[in-house]
Design a protein around this ligand. Sequence first.
Ligand SMILES: *Cc1c(COP(=O)(O)O)cnc(C)c1O
Length: 398
Amino acid sequence: MKTQDYIALEEEFGAKNYHPLDVVLTKGQGIWVWDVEGKKYMDCLSSYSAINQGHCHPKIIQTLIEQAKRLTLTSRAFRNDQLGLFYKEICEMTHSHMALPMNSGAEAVESCIKAVRKWGYRKKGIPDGKAEIIVCENNFHGRTIAIVGFSTEAQYKDGYAPFTSGFKVIPFGDADAFEAAITPNTVAILVEPIQGEGGIIVPPEGYLRRVREICNKRNVVMITDEIQTGLGRTGRMLAEEHEGVEADLTLVGKALSGGVYPVSAVLSNKEVLGVFQPGDHGSTYGGNPLACAVARTALKVLVEEGMLENSAKLGSYFMEELKKIKSPIVKEVRGKGLMIGVELHKEAGDARKYCLQLKDKGLLCKETHERVIRFAPPLVIKKEEIDWALERIAQVLK
Ligand SMILES: *Cc1c(COP(=O)(O)O)cnc(C)c1O
């Protein structure tokens, strides 16, 4: 079968909720992927940062195979020999006290909403049904009904009403607006350290520190959604470390398995996740031994193979070199670590057009919103490979 045959199958039988670039991939290794025609591309999206460790990382795949042959699912009706080790290792790496394992990122977000609401009623003494959660404009936290209900992106919610109440939207990056929005019924603020799907929006320096101070002062739970920014993407284990803060609840997903299996987690101090009692919440696959084993190795290789440092060092290099490209269509280059956005001027037209040109040159990139091209390769990329990419990016942007 050829590229067009695979595309025809998807078009005939698949729901049309995505508009992918027309490249049909069949193999991946490290930062590279191959299409069904044998053409090789550099992956500059890393499946929205789920592939931080690189495609088919040999140690993660080895763990997957070994664990799959031994035990895959017990459900939480019984215990398994991977879950406790997963808890201990992820808590140590992220300075957390407790973890709740789920599958997708959206499930981690939903789970933390349940946890902070219950915390509000049980610990803060908010009248039942009145809990408010503050979220930011331009957020992206997933696609469930509750989550899209507090999105400010019209398309994400169009046609899906009615929504879940109890959310208040404030501008992103504005700590004063946050403080002003707090009421006696506020339980939490949910915020991305850098807005990923929103267009790689970096808040002002000191923002998370001020949010942390305000949360302490007003007894509000600080939740950071690090599903995209976490696990090395910005050059640290968690992006909140850049500001030296620790959220009360931190959400991770995506790269938690290195892209081989859906695994997410809510990481927390004891006070918030401690509100859950047996029967309060659950997931059949959450915390299964296959997921836990895979996640343990995915976390281990991030640290042992120097991916955090590589992301910090080569991320800065990549960004500085992108800024040097003299292009009339580039408005701004921004980001942290290997999470980089290039925003184009309005007159340049849709970013997708440039992504198609980059694809022809062997780079797979995806636009976020209409005018931002994201560069987020796996964290195992080398300097020579970034130079290879820069040469091609410069050709397309000039
Ligand atoms: C991708 C993402 C999610 C949702 O994760 P899914 O696994 O797609 O449900 C939530 N928050 C952020 C910041 C994300 O980037």
